[in-house]
Write a protein that binds this ligand. Structure first.
Ligand code: IPE
Ligand code: IPE
Ligand code: MG
Length: 228
């Protein structure tokens, strides 16, 4: 990577493949999600060394409510446990937590934990970890357009200023694991000129080294934004 190669400021990840990871090992899906959380923990530790300003991760989509109740409650339990076990370390490492999506739709104990974590890290100035919870781009854009309309002007700039990501740097790179090549309602607006990388690696196997390799690939890409 040369010195003037573009550096990514904001990377987003669709963390997919927990179920298939577990299935391959004849383990319950919940185990795949648990190992997925461990991959998040390691990645957040590694993200600092890449100098990212923001890392946005897709943890629960507006469509994931279609899953069986048991899987949804496993995911909620894991989220609570993750906050309880990892908040201190993240706070000490300067990470500022942010949520995109309407997390207030979750159960009140989850909402309370999330709000405690947001408050605890609010003054941190290191990497922003934006977690997408009950997030879908269609919902986000509709909410943003309604707010823009209420203020008078429905322009692209006005909508963008109301998106959940308004305070984050522009999205540079979007990665999806597990071999699926679709966006599944994630950051549709923000991805307009993001670089896309799809990898076969299943989420629980994804490491800081994989992120490093993706950033190397990103640095080779030529972004033209419609110009020439
Ligand atoms: C991603 O893994 C985690 C969430 C969507 C919460 P999946 O659970 O979608 O795993 P696959 O796609 O079934 O392998
Ligand atoms: C996208 O993965 C959502 C998250 C990673 C949280 P899904 O597994 O829900 O996406 P589809 O259903 O394969 O498109
Ligand atoms: Mg999936």
């Amino acid at each position: 990577m040369t010195d003037d190669a573009p550096r990514a400021r904001h990377v987003a990840i669709i963390m997919d493949g927990n179920g298939r990871w577990a299935k391959k090992r004849h383990l319950p899906r919940a185990m795949g999600h648990q190992r997925g959380v461990e991959a998040v923990r390691k990645l957040v530790r590694g993200a600092r060394e890449f100098g990212l300003e923001a890392l946005t991760i897709y943890a629960f989509s507006t469509e994931n409510w279609r899953r069986p109740d048991e899987e949804i409650s496993d995911l909620m339990a894991l989220m609570k446990r993750f906050i309880l076990s990892d908040l201190d370390e993240m706070a000490d490492n300067g990470i500022r937590l942010k949520i995109i999506g309407d997390y207030r739709a979750f159960a009140s104990d989850v909402v309370e934990l999330i709000e405690g974590a947001l408050a605890r890290t609010a003054d941190n100035t290191g990497t922003i970890l934006a977690v997408a919870l009950n997030y879908g781009s269609h919902d986000e854009i509709a909410r943003a357009a309604a707010k823009a309309a209420a203020k008078g002007a429905v322009t692209p700039e006005a909508i963008e200023a109301e998106l959940d990501t308004a305070d984050l740097p522009p999205l540079d790179l979007l990665i999806r694991t597990s071999g699926e090549e679709r966006l599944s309602n994630f950051l549709l607006w923000q991805a307009a000129y993001a670089e896309l990388i799809f990898t076969e690696v299943l989420w629980p196997d994804f490491t800081a080294e994989h992120l490093g390799a993706a950033l190397e690939t990103f640095a080779q890409r030529e972004r033209r934004y419609g110009g020439r």
